[in-house]
Design a protein around this ligand. Structure first.
Ligand code: F6R
Ligand code: MG
Ligand code: MG
Length: 367
């Protein structure tokens, strides 16, 4: 059976700053989807990671469908009304446009969608990250799909060994979608050359070369580029199908043990380690650290199981402690060097204004 898995996610307001959405807000979004999604959706799940609410749905209408996107947009608007009435912080902050035109791409929310032919058993993972950028998934995806040090299936399973096609987006180009297709394993150095730069090049999708089917879909929007100014970090979402001819769930999760440094954190202007967190976790230390949740689902004829929380396991407690130590390490140097983002990536204008003012005070001394 052909189905579509869609995630549409946005920050539409949270309690006490950017900690987490209120229960009422979550209920408003969930109730709207349950009520108005009848006849349109096969199934849905609504949850949050940090201050972002994600709507996962299954349906038969294909990616970028106007009705599905409008339903989620309206649910987020409904939530925004509740957020405003409760005085939540940043109510509706990711809903950047007033009028809905076709689909929510470029309107603020993060979108990731997979059109699939359901396998007899269809396990997949839904990743939601907060306080970070779309390129946060670059390294984990590279390691899960290209590196036998993280994915032994690349050696052990002939079908995985045939490699994967990466579609990589140049997110600096806002006029049109500028993308490149590169194949593993032959072109892994080229893939790494691009994915090194998390702020510019972002994995959009990954395809199995054995079956020519799509394995992964990630959101690639940069709010900064849409709005032309700071409105919050992009907080990307990712869908990855698992098992058989695709990486095993454990091979998809393994790279998150690194807690690699990504851009985001306080004011979207710092580097911090990405912490794998449990379902419905909040944001705390220094408006961070950057976090990622991973919910595993199985889907049959479009019906979702309850989520299995992939980072809710004693192993990840150990990782979370290590990531906290990394976060402490970089935070101790405050604003200095790599702790803060380069000028082009800063999400607030204050430093540029200071520099302009100071520029006039500089003097020249003859050599
Ligand atoms: C980061 C984020 C927060 C805010 C910070 C200041 O994505 O949303 O770190 O940037 O809390 O927010 P304002 O400037 O609204 O007081
Ligand atoms: Mg926020
Ligand atoms: Mg957020």
């Amino acid at each position: 059976m052909k189905i579509t898995l869609s995630i549409i996610k946005a920050d539409i307001g949270s309690i006490g700053g950017h900690i987490k959405p209120s229960q009422k807000l979550l209920e408003a979004v969930t109730n709207y989807i349950n009520k108005k999604g009848k006849g349109l959706l096969i199934d849905s799940y609504v949850g949050h990671t940090g201050d972002d609410i994600a709507i996962l749905s299954t349906h038969k209408r294909g990616a970028l469908d106007q009705k599905i996107h409008k339903l989620c947009w309206q649910a987020l608007l409904e939530g925004t009304r509740v957020a405003k009435s409760q005085g939540l912080y940043g109510a509706g902050q990711d809903l950047l446009k007033d009028t809905f035109s076709g689909n929510v791409k470029g309107m603020g929310p993060a979108v990731a969608e997979l059109d699939i032919e359901e396998r007899p058993a269809e396990p997949f993972l839904m990743f939601c990250a907060d306080k970070t950028e779309p390129g946060a998934y670059n390294l984990p995806l590279y390691l899960s799909f290209c590196d036998p040090m993280y994915n032994s299936g690349l050696m052990l399973s002939p079908n995985l060994g045939k490699g994967f096609k990466f579609v990589i987006m140049d997110v600096e180009n806002t006029e049109a979608d500028r993308f490149i297709e590169l194949n593993s394993p032959e072109e892994i150095y080229d893939i790494a050359t691009l994915l090194r730069d998390n702020g510019r090049f972002v994995v959009e999708s990954i395809w199995s070369r054995n079956s020519n089917t799509q394995v992964a879909a990630a959101s690639t929007t940069r709010l900064h580029n849409i709005a032309g100014k700071y409105v919050g970090k992009d907080d990307p979402v990712l869908l990855v199908r698992a098992q058989k001819d695709f990486p095993a769930t454990g091979e998809i999760l393994a790279p998150y043990g690194i807690g690699h440094f990504v851009a985001g954190f306080m004011r979207g202007s710092h580097n911090g380690p990405l912490m794998p967190v449990k379902k419905n976790s909040s944001i705390s230390f220094f408006d961070g650290p950057p976090v990622v949740s991973a919910l595993a689902f199985s889907v049959g004829k479009g019906k979702l199981t309850e989520p299995a929380d992939a980072f809710d396991h004693p192993y990840w407690d150990y990782i979370r402690n290590q990531v906290s130590q990394k976060a402490e390490g970089i935070r101790r140097q405050g604003f200095s060097g790599p702790a803060m983002l380069p000028m082009t990536e800063l999400e607030y204008g204050g430093i540029m204004e200071n520099l302009k003012r100071l520029d006039k005070k500089f003097k020249l001394r003859k050599k």
